[in-house]
Design a binder for this molecule. Sequence first.
Ligand code: ATP
Ligand code: MN
Length: 462
Amino acid sequence: MERKKVKELLSDPVVGKEVLVKGWVRTRRGNKNISFISLNDGSTINNIQVVADMARFDELRLRDITTGACIAVTGELVESQGQGQSVEINASAIEVYGKCDADTYPLQKKGHSMEFLREHAHLRFRTNTFGAVFRIRHAMAFAIHKYFNDKGFFYLHTPIITGSDAEGAGEMFQVTTLEPGNPPRNEEGAIDYTQDFFGKQTNLTVSGQLEGELGALALGEIYTFGPTFRAENSNTPRHLAEFWMIEPEMAFYDLKDNMDLAEDFLKYLIRYALDNCSDDLKFLNSMIDKGLLERLNFVVSNEFVRLTYTEAVDILTSAEKKWEFPVGWGRDLQAEHERYLVEEHFKRPVILIDYPREIKAFYMKQNDDGKTVKAMDVLFPGIGEIIGGSQREEDYERLIGRIRELGLPEKDLWWYLETRKFGTAPHSGFGLGFERMILFMTGMSNIRDVIPFPRTPRNAEF
Ligand code: ATP
Ligand code: MN
């Protein structure tokens, strides 16, 4: 018989039909006459109830059906007698695939802390919370591809190992096959990277943007969606050393077009989750964050506030607040400032533009004021920065001028600079941190709990 998924059985139940389901036991209760098994197969947050009449089953066999055990159940789908479900399975046969020892199974009890579950990341998928989070994560990945594909953007695979260290977005992890204890050295005594695997020093990418721009300046509109790596020692609930980023780059978009795309894209993703992940969202709303659904609905139905960095600094300096980090024109905004603007002042998502050039990357287009660049950060409630982007500097002279001012390795960027020599075009793009989006979408509070196996300072288990 063909296996049916629990999701199918519950959404389209054919009462009276013989079915086969396979999954993991969530709970078993009952008495000496009857046993009720709550079974979950991961296809949905909802369990299917299996009823085992003890007259038909050998007590000894049922003994192995404990929380966490994996079983296959054959039986008739019938209308449920009890409360809480519309249909259940009247079992005629149960096969035990994998027993689960009640004394040593770590997820025996409900209400484990997030820390405990992180230490059991190999098993945490089996909890309702993590099942919901990772189904939503999948749905968001799918929705991202759908959004861009429907708009005619091309998915571009930018390299993960990069030979340029000029991306400037953060500290990098080096990639090498040289022997750590005994690397070859050149005459000056420095490590001789010409003997390394690629004949030069290489790192894991911190962003696919620069290569993404090359694609946009030929294909028109592209996006990347891949892993990025930052060796930043920031132990916060918003930073990972390995995270996924979505980076669209578009020819012929100015900063306003870029903002419009970012806002439309974020709202599309939220709407997609509301339409397609409602069971999981309802669960998270009741168990993790009581304000989740309200916040998601609020963000899709309200316009984001757009203002300049300078206006934001004015608001922050006149706010009656004790800041941990000082505020002042020219200083970068910290999470506390971003969250104040979003959560207390405007009470809605904010797009900040026109940042001081000194605190932003070399490739951002300079404004005519000589002080600011066409940067944009999208700030979200509970998260702070969720997107960073800009209109890119397309003028060769201005770009190289900035590279020299900052003392960046000009010769490593020859390929990037050539696009400004040969048919340059106004263009823009941004980066969305995938896990920050999932944090917002699920109401989870730590970024380590929205990626299956988090990589953070001093932690690479699993
Ligand atoms: P932050 O100031 O929060 O460290 P950033 O300015 O370094 O962010 P960008 O370089 O603009 O971020 O990267 C684009 C997006 O990638 C950010 O808006 C954020 O959503 C996400 N992001 C950046 N660093 C991390 C990280 N270490 N872990 C997870 N997501 C990140
Ligand atoms: Mn950062």
